[in-house]
Ligand binder design. Structure first.
Ligand SMILES: Nc1ncnc2c1ncn2[C@@H]1O[C@H](COP(=O)(O)OP(=O)(O)OP(=O)(O)O)[C@@H](O)[C@H]1O
Ligand SMILES: [Mg+2]
Length: 301
């Protein structure tokens, strides 16, 4: 498996994150100039902030198609300029790439939580708060949080872990006005998406979105991916049972295998996780496809 950037005529590679590769129009690109980026989702999967040695077939296409579907459902300005070959996506990455407005990204992961689990649950158990917001006593893994909470984290450098921060820390980083906008946009996206997902039998437990400023207009714009199994926890509404870990449509399956005895890997060590067995790859792919199909009502081709 290779993570080397692709040769895409008219585009030059500028950045690789854990999952996505970014390209800028090369000089001589007849269609686009420097106000856009090409965002290409790979089949890479990360867990516990490691890029795994195994890829999940079709994951890049699933994430991109699901994000595009959600961008259409939301009434928030988003970064999408083109998503088809006809409109300028290179044929070599058709289906898993979008031409996007190039944003000045805020260094904040904007998280909304409508249910208690994960790092929120850990903080709650220690001090009955999430991101320092006080919560009622007696909540358990999977409890609903009403209203949903804005629980931002600071974007870490590659290889570091993101860190939960307070709203005041967001204000200190981006200013009071932008911080207020990020909070209300994030909670609006969550409540809209939670309603859509619920109608399809899926609980949206939490989600992470990223925003940037479009330098041409000054508009705070929704970027990156949105409401995918990589950025969100989706639970089967019919199986929801607070008080235990909920079966989910995300990479929980991968995390569970990595932390099981079968993997032989020690999460606390600094070593890279092992490759995934074929059945874990196949089941993870099936979870991603199922999330896409249940949410969109479409068949994944
Ligand atoms: N429209 C946009 N303009 C500029 N940057 C964008 C845009 N949309 C997404 N990005 C950035 O592209 C990158 C996507 O890569 P990916 O999701 O793989 O990164 P990551 O591993 O989650 O985190 P990091 O970027 O910190 O490595 C992110 O850094 C994201 O902030
Ligand atoms: Mg990302």
């Amino acid at each position: 498996m290779s993570h080397a950037p692709l040769e895409l005529a008219g585009w030059e590679h500028i950045y690789s994150g854990k999952v996505r590769d970014l390209y800028a129009p090369a000089s001589g690109n007849e269609r686009f100039n420097s106000d856009v980026v090409l965002v290409v989702a790979s089949d890479r999967i990360s867990a516990f902030d490691h890029i795994l040695a195994s890829e999940i077939p079709d994951k890049g296409r699933i994430l991109t198609q699901l994000s595009l579907w959600w961008f259409d459902q939301l009434e928030v300005p988003n970064h999408v300029v083109a998503s088809t070959v006809e409109d300028g996506v290179p044929a070599a990455v058709a289906g898993r790439a979008m031409v996007c407005r190039k944003l000045e990204m805020f260094p904040i992961e904007c998280i909304a939580r409508g249910y208690l689990t994960g790092t929120g649950l850990i903080e709650y158990r220690a001090q009955q708060t999430v991101c320092s917001l006080p919560l009622p006593a007696g909540l358990v893994d999977g409890s609903r949080l009403e209203p949903a909470l804005f629980t931002p984290s600071a974007k870490a450098e590659v290889g570091e872990h993101d860190e939960n921060i307070t709203f005041d820390a967001v204000v200190a980083t981006v200013g009071a006005e932008a911080a207020g906008s990020l909070r209300s946009l994030t909670l609006d996206i969550y409540s809209r998406a939670e309603e859509v997902a619920r109608g399809r039998g899926i609980i949206l437990a939490d989600t992470k979105v990223e925003f940037g400023v479009d330098p041409a207009t000054g508009t705070i714009t929704l970027g990156d991916e949105v409401l995918t199994p990589d950025s969100s926890r989706f639970w089967d509404a019919g199986l929801w049972e607070p008080g235990k870990a909920q079966p989910s449509f995300d990479k929980q399956y991968v995390r569970d295998w990595l932390t099981s005895a079968a993997s032989g890997w020690d999460k606390a060590s600094d070593t890279a996780p092992p490759a995934l067995p074929a059945d874990v790859v196949e089941r993870t792919r099936a979870r991603y496809v199922e999330a896409y199909e249940k949410l969109t009502g479409r068949t994944f081709a």
